[in-house]
Design a protein around this ligand. Structure first.
Ligand code: ADP
Length: 256
């Protein structure tokens, strides 16, 4: 009697253990595949600008070109260098985040002050593209956040709104308190994003339409970095969008 019971118990435990091992091994396989895919994307992303740079350098080298063409090609080489620099900087930033070598230095700030300084910086860029930027933020929202990091998030999101909007469009930033949170929304009337892409937008190096994003200087890392920063403040970031209608990004930040 007792022995059979013990045996059944052990057998069940072993069964459970085997199941856990199988699950872990599946998880490990999944992580390996994800890592390989990520490494593949990185090398592709790094190689693309280098290919352009080499190509244009070769053209300039080989032929006797008029000076305006040389100017045009060197400008492209320069742009590609900038893109590569940005890409490497962002990859490095994410790597630091992964290894917890990234510190959040919190300060008590008035949110409106942060928004005003961002608006001051981005207004000329929006004006240049013929896009109206406006915002609304009450005076009495005080938050304990890392202002530099948070500014980085808002600039990323606003920069996307700008990049994917066309002339005549408008971008609106709204900040308000809701219960124990500060809610920040950024909405645009730009290109929007197909529904099937939305679940992957916060993944690293994911871009909806590679060429569209690339032409506007995107690296596909902005939202991934923003998510890390918002979450390390205990907040959440989400996005909703309608193709052809526009996009809204929601950020929720706990007030304490
Ligand atoms: P990127 O640097 O390429 O803009 P992000 O991580 O910031 O990368 O965004 C990921 C992708 O999400 C972008 O490539 C773009 O296709 C899409 N996206 C982000 N924000 C918007 C927006 N406001 N309107 C349309 N598409 C957007």
């Amino acid at each position: 009697g007792k022995r059979v019971e013990l045996f059944t118990e052990r057998r069940d435990e072993l069964g459970e253990l085997a199941k856990s091992i199988a699950e872990l091994s599946n998880e490990l396989e999944y992580l390996k595949t994800a890592r390989n895919e990520f490494l593949g994307s990185i090398s592709h992303e790094l190689r693309t600008p280098l290919t352009y740079m080499k190509g244009y350098a070769d053209i300039i080298n080989r032929q006797d070109l008029p000076s305006d063409e040389i100017k045009e090609y060197t400008a492209i080489i320069r742009e590609e260098t900038e893109h590569l620099t940005k890409l490497i900087k962002n990859l490095f930033e994410l790597a630091k985040m992964d290894h917890n070598k990234f510190s959040i230095v919190r300060k008590q700030i008035q949110f409106r002050g942060l928004i005003e300084s961002i608006a001051h910086r981005i207004n000329p860029v929006f004006a240049e593209k013929g896009i109206t930027f406006s915002y609304q933020c009450p005076d009495d929202i005080f938050v304990n956040i890392d202002p530099d990091r948070f500014e980085q998030v808002l600039i990323n999101v606003l920069d996307n709104a700008l990049k994917y909007s066309s002339e005549g469009g408008s971008v609106y930033l709204d900040v308000h308190k809701s219960g124990k949170n500060t809610e920040i929304t950024v909405s645009d009337q730009g290109d929007g994003i197909p529904e099937k892409d939305i679940p992957f937008l916060f993944d690293r190096l994911y871009r909806v339409e590679k060429s569209r994003s690339r032409n506007s200087g995107g690296t596909g890392l902005g939202l991934a970095i923003s998510k890390e920063i918002v979450e390390s403040h205990g907040g959440t970031i989400q996005l909703s969008s309608k193709p052809g209608k526009g996009t809204t990004v929601f950020i929720k930040l706990p007030l304490e």
